[in-house]
Design a binder for this molecule. Sequence first.
Ligand code: HEC
Length: 193
Amino acid sequence: MRSIVNLSMVVAAGALGLMALTSCGPRGNKPNVELIQDMMESPAIDAQEYDAGSPHNRGMRVPPDNTVPQGFEPYAYATDIEAASSKLKNPLAGQMEKDILVVGQRFYDTQCAVCHGFKGEGGVEGKMPVSEKMALKPPTLLSDKIRGWTDGRLYHVITMGQGVMGPYAAHVPQSVRWQVVNYIRFLEKQAGK
Ligand code: HEC
């Protein structure tokens, strides 16, 4: 009986010693040994995952009311295309340098070309997989109509959408939206007239 007590004491002392060892900070550049993990790695919720503990069980949280991400500028012309058209000035107007066009093309090719075509030719029948399925074919961006638009009006349609075309503000960030406008102007130049 006595020897059993002694043995369990030895085991407990050994476990305590191990805990003391493993709870000290990282040694040099080597990560700590995590024998008892407890809260060392908290389980992160993945985007789109069900979360029993959050409102509406959404893994992703809605930002608090009246807050904006750092560096974000609220769009002043959301409900007024005419004001956007006349007041928004393209800070990169006429700049067709490669570094600007490359950025514009990257976003145009991924966000717009599926409908408007890689050259802005529009949803020509049988050409682009998405526009092919659409009843209302996405119009060409090389038309006299769009050539006559101000850059601000183009910027507005990318930001807010138009008719059956949804807004692309979330896909084409503010920081590159004028580059996309310039790239459309570049496509128009390429098409001639
Ligand atoms: C899912 C297909 C689709 C995508 C993607 C799309 N558009 Fe559109 N776009 C349309 C359709 C359809 C219209 C016509 C909408 C209407 O007037 O009801 C349109 C209209 C426009 C117009 C106005 C054309 C006119 O003659 O009135 C412009 C400019 C435009 N889109 C630019 C863009 C740009 C730039 C992008 C990428 C950021 C983009 N679109 C992405 C389908 C699309």
